[in-house]
Ligand binder design. Sequence first.
Ligand SMILES: O=C(O)CC1=CCC(=O)O1
Length: 96
Amino acid sequence: MLFHVRMNVNLPPSMPQEEAAQLKKTEKELAQRLQSEGKWRHLWRIAGQYANVSIFDVESVDELHALLTSLPLFPYMQIEVMPLCRHPSSIRNNDR
Ligand SMILES: O=C(O)CC1=CCC(=O)O1
């Protein structure tokens, strides 16, 4: 199942720099592992915003929820999820 996910990151200005840097480091490690496993298919920065759009390929809504809530930055993100299905005009036969 494919999902379009938008994440807006809002770190509190009062958070110490070292704590923010550690959160970003662990977030990056997990994001790169999930990309290499094929679960996090795309990760794009939204230009000019501390936000991203991503495509996730997971087995279920429950798996997506578990994955998103496991992200180190989860407590500091506003997340919007859009389930995706095939478009009848798509020429990409390998997409689900
Ligand atoms: O910087 C972001 O957009 C939040 C984030 C998600 C994965 C990652 O490495 O950073």
